[in-house]
Structures are given as C-alpha cells and as structure tokens.
Design a protein around this ligand. Structure first.
Ligand code: ZN
Length: 302
C-alpha cells in the first residue's frame, strides 16, 4: 500500500472557504492549516469588525476545522491595505496584544506592504517591534505590484528592526525574489495560485533549482479565485516529476512545522495524537451540522 503522506497549508484563509473544502483538504492529506488574518475584500469601517474577526480566528474557526479533522492555527496582525486607515489602525494596534498570546496564534501576520505607502510602512514597523517585544515569529505578505523591490524592502526593514531572519517567513515569492530571500536567511514561502503567479509546474522547477531548505509551499486560498488543494496537488506533481520525496515533504510539511513550531504552539502531536472526529461537539452552543447526521469516528486505535 502506498504510504499516506501528510501536508500542511501554512497560509490559507479558511473563514472564506466551505466545509466541502475542509473535507477535500483532509481527504488529500492536509492535517494542519495556518490562517493569517487579512482583509475582507472591502475595507472594515470599525475596530469591532477586527475584534470579532480575530475572535473567530481563535475560536469558531479552529473548532470548525476540528470538526473535519484538521488542526487550525492562525496569525494575527493588521494587514497592509487597512494600515492606510490610520485612525482605525491605531485602534487595531491596541487590540493585537490581546490576541497574540492565544493558544493557536503562531505568529504576527500577515503584515507588510501593499502599495508601500508611508502609513503601511509605519504600521509594518510598529508590528515588527511588537513581534520583537513579545518574541514572536512574523509572517510577511509581499506586495503583488513592484514585487522585487517590495520584497527587498520588507527584508531590509526587518533587519533594521533587529529581527532574526530565521524567524520571519516572507510569502508570495517568485523566481525573481527567492534567491535574495534565501541568501539573507529568511524563510521563503510560495503561494500557488490556480492560474497566475506561481503555477504548480513553476513550483516544481523552483524546488529543483533552489532545493528544499527554507522553502515552503502554500495556497493563500481565500474568497478569490484560489485553490485550497494547492499544497497536496503541488506535492503530487513534484513527486511525479521526480523531485525526491524528502524535498517534497520538507517544502509541503516539515519546513512549515519547523518554522511555525518555534512558536511553541504548533506541535505534530496535535494531529498525530488527535482523537477521531466527533461532530456532536458544540462551540458556544453551535455545531457545524445544520441538522445533518453527525460524523463520529470511533476513538483513535492505539
Ligand atoms: Zn493571505
């Protein structure tokens, strides 16, 4: 029988996805996800909207994931787009420390630059200082426009603030940015979009060319055109294209675990020793069932 490999998607916005996605991800071998906090596709107008969103990332969403056999972690931060509303940004900064210590929060994220405005720069730096003060990892969103310069600048600012590059994940890399990220000692994450940017085949080439050290694959799936199965699909393509299994496991599982595991909050035992799914469970009196028959797995066989 073929060995069943496990995958981690360390950047996926599950709040925007369906239970079908959770089921498909679990069936494809995804055992854990990290959900970075980000924007909603339209700007929030009040701090309470951030507060409820952060609360769902440490409350309802990990429960929902557990009901489909997936361990859910998140990163908490003020996203770059919304840093441009300075009055609101100030209020969000006050909220962050209340959430960053929660048990499934593995980093400050996703933070960084979008349009590289002065306000984005100000709150990016403020959050790097917060990460340093609280000894937290950082997950960085690099801009989609002016990618190379924006990625370079993100790293320079991290170094300027004295962050350890080995504790900072730079996301949304491409062939143009990866070498510099690795050379500087940062972790290079790659987002696999279904049609644009890093296609699956391109990711295979990246791993063949740059190896598997400090390289991570993710889906960044959200409410837009995206694929929550991007990690398992890319992993199978890599295996089919002759990438050694060890490199596939590192880029699609182990590296994410090693890096985000430095938080002390993400542990392999969370899924290896997890009890079976029990959909009779409730979170604040609510279940995921909507009147359907609960799935109840007989407890783990030891
Ligand atoms: Zn994202």
């Amino acid at each position: 029988m073929e060995e069943k490999l496990r995958w981690i998607d360390p950047h996926v916005h599950m709040s925007a996805r369906t239970t079908d996605d959770y089921e498909a991800m679990a069936a494809a071998g995804v055992v854990a996800v990290i959900e970075p906090s980000f924007w909603l596709g339209q700007p929030r107008t009040q701090v309470g909207s951030f507060q409820d969103y952060f609360s769902s990332l440490v409350g309802w969403e990990p429960f929902r994931a557990s009901q489909f056999g997936i361990k859910h972690y998140c990163t908490i931060g003020l996203n770059s787009k919304e840093a441009n509303n300075e009055a609101l940004a100030e209020e969000v900064m006050e909220l962050l420390p209340l959430y960053l210590h929660k048990e499934n929060v593995v980093a400050v994220g996703e933070i960084g630059y979008d349009d590289q405005t002065p306000a984005e720069d100000k709150y990016f730096r403020a959050q790097l200082e917060l990460a340093k003060e609280l000894d937290l990892l950082v997950q960085i969103h690099t801009p989609h426009r002016d990618k190379k310069a924006g990625t370079h600048r993100s790293m320079e600012v991290c170094l300027e603030h004295g962050l350890d590059p080995g504790r900072v994940v730079i996301d949304h890399n491409n062939e143009e940015t990866v070498q510099e990220v690795l050379d500087k000692g940062f972790i290079a994450a790659f987002t696999i979009y279904p049609k644009t940017k890093m296609g699956n085949k391109r990711m295979v080439e990246v791993v063949k060319r740059f190896g598997s050290t400090n390289i991570i694959v993710d889906s960044s799936a959200d409410w837009g055109v995206s694929d929550p199965l991007a990690v398992p699909k890319t992993a199978s393509l890599m295996l089919r294209e002759g990438v050694p299994k060890e490199d596939v496991v590192k880029t699609c599982y182990q590296n994410a675990l090693d890096v985000f595991g430095m938080s002390g909050k993400m542990k392999e035992e969370h899924w290896l020793d997890a009890p079976g799914i029990d959909q009779r469970q409730l979170f604040e009196d609510n279940s995921v069932l909507r009147g359907q028959e609960p799935r109840v797995d007989s407890d783990t066989i030891s």
